[in-house]
Write a protein that binds this ligand. Sequence first.
Ligand SMILES: [Zn+2]
Length: 446
Amino acid sequence: MRRTALASAPLLLACLVAPAGAQEDVMTLRAERLTPDLTVLSGFANGNILALTGPDGTLLVDAQSAKRVGLADSVLASLGAPPVRWVINTHYHGDHVEGNALFRGRGAEVVGQERLPVQMVKDTTITSWGDWHRTPAAPAAIPTRTFRDSLTMRVNGQRVVVTHIPAAHTDGDAIVWLPEANVMHIGDLFEHQAPPFIDWWVGGRLAGMLAGVDWGLAHSDSATRIVPGHGPVGTRGDLLRYREMLLGLGTAVAGHVNAGDGVEETQAAHPAAPWQPMLGSQRRMDALVALLYLGLTEFESAALKPRLVPGTPEARLPWLIGCWATSRNGRTIEERWTVAPDGSLAGRGRTLREGRVVDSEVVRITVDQGSLRYTANPQGQAEAVFVASDVTDSSVTFANPAHDFPTRITYRQGAGARLFAEIAGPGSQGERVIPFPYAAVVCQDD
Ligand SMILES: [Zn+2]
């Protein structure tokens, strides 16, 4: 029996135990209500289901395995959910899609990225991963509606935005985002309190996993509920910690690969130990190290290499990634930080008044001989370079004593998706300090 223990389930609406005989057939499924019309069904080793209910009918994100979907169906009935009219799949693995067949048989539309029908019919055995046999899905489980890049639906008064993340956990991952409810189902791009999996054999890649996590960071704020593929519902902060593990462990394993160590030597060095509370048992950590070792030696693109070294801006200041905003005196000040292909950070700052951009600058944080450098290009002004004088796990100060103003720029990670920035330097009456108390905001696509 596999039970997924929810660390905290504020509202436990249903806990069903199937009337089964054999011990291993006893199944528990939990329903956690996020909003009056959004519920997460989680349990066993199967993927989490997000259910959106309302007058249009029920929309599900993922449908668990053929073996478990009946119980999910019973829980939905016990919650009074209307008939399922749509199922959106986050990716093609059986524990997320086999249950499609039940709902499709009752007339539901099944939505998936266009790679799902291709992967779902394959019958393959992965010899390099313990002779893992992947059986084809039942024809009735195949999506009836596919998309390439994105798709938007309006269901029960909610906008449902489905976005493809290329080459990540598989080759057909999608994040399902409900901006009005501030809820996201991110699929197996994020496994919360469990080791992640990268399906290298169908095009999954670590670079894409990081890109998918960054999409999540860019579309979340302090109140966003992030439904992982497996494990308890998380926050933006949980997703950021998970990102640090993905990049940190990937970098550590890449170091062993580059040093010519074998997989057993790499495991023996326990590179996953710093993240043990997040990853679990030694056996699970060893399996993840073996998985990353295999992928980095046989599958991952060389383009990721410059990012898998210690000390990159991405590795040292991951908490900058995303969009930040603060308002004062009728003006909104925004910063947007993304990761460049070499692991440097690209920033854009803007000041808006009544929705119009009145000021902007482009910034880059790079590394030069071990030191972080902050290069600012303000609109209509000369470039200014500041060098990091003080870096901790959660703060950085850049200085340029020769600059007029500012001479110091500080960023500090705050709790609950906050970021404190400060510029300081000589003013007419002693030191002048300007604080920017930023909060994470959803990045606007422009
Ligand atoms: Zn999966």
